[in-house]
Unconditional design. Sequence first.
Length: 299
Amino acid sequence: MTGSAGKVDLDRREVLAKLASAVFAGLVAPAVLGESAAPAEAATLPELPVLPPPQPEEDPLVRMMRDLQRALQKPVEQRRWVMVIDLRKCVGCHACTISCVVENKLHPGVVYRPVLEEELGTYPHVVRRFIPRPCMQCDRPPCVPVCPVNATWKRPDGIVVIDYEQCIGCRYCITACPYGARTFDFGDRYTKGTPGARPFLLGEEGAAVHETIPMFEYGQPRPRRDESSPIGNTRKCHFCLHRIERGLLPQCVVTCIGRATFFGDANDPESLVAELIARPNVMRLKEELGTEPKVYYLL
C-alpha cells in the first residue's frame, strides 16, 4: 500500500498483531511455562502482563484482563468474583469443559463445568439451548454448613473452596448442593485396563504418565498417587483460583470460542461483569432457593 491511508492501515495491523501476541503470552504462556518450568513450592507470583491502553473495539478478554489486574490491587475482602455466561453465544462446543479437564487434570467421574442441553419449543419449531454449569460459588452455600469437619468454606472474595487434607469423603456436600456442582474422586484413570506396551503401542504404563503428573489446584502441587488427596475427596470448580491469583483469567473464559463467558470483580463498577449483570435480561439458576449464586446468565 502507498499513501497516508495505506500507512494508517498498515500501522493498525501491526498494532493489532502485537496486541494479539501480548494477549496470547499473558493468557496462555504463563499457565503452561510457569507450571512446567519450576515447582510450585518455589514459585512466586509473576509480574502481571503489561496490557495496552483501552481500544474502541478490543477483545473482551483484554478488557477482562485489565479488570482482573485492577481487582488484584485491592484487599481480598473487597473483591467479589462473579462469572457471566451469555447463553445466546454458547454453541455447545464443550471447549470449556475439555479445557477445564486439562487445566485441573480431572479424572473419570470428576467434572467441574458440564454443558447442559435444553430443548425449547414445539416441533417443528424447536431450538436447543446450551447451559454451561460451573460451581455457582453461592453467597449462602448450602454445602458449607453440612460439612462435619469444616473442610469446605467461603473465602472473603466469595469463592467456595475445599481443603483436600481435611475432607473425609463423606459426600454430604454433594447431596446438599442443589446445582449438582460437586463430584467425587474415586481414583479412576482413563488408561486403566489398557493393553501393555507393544512395538507399536505406548502401553498402559507409559500412557498413564500424564495422569500422574502434579495438578496445581489452590496453588499447591499434588502428584496423583494411590489413596492420596484428592483421591477420596469431593471436588468442584473454584473459578481457577490458582490462575486468578497469578493474574490470569479462568481457563474456561480464555478457551470459549464464542466469547460467551465473562469473569471479573462485581464490586468494581468499571468492570465488564458489573456492566453485564446490570442488564435486564440477566438471570440466575434456582434463585428461589436463596443461595445467591454468583454465576449469572444472559438470555
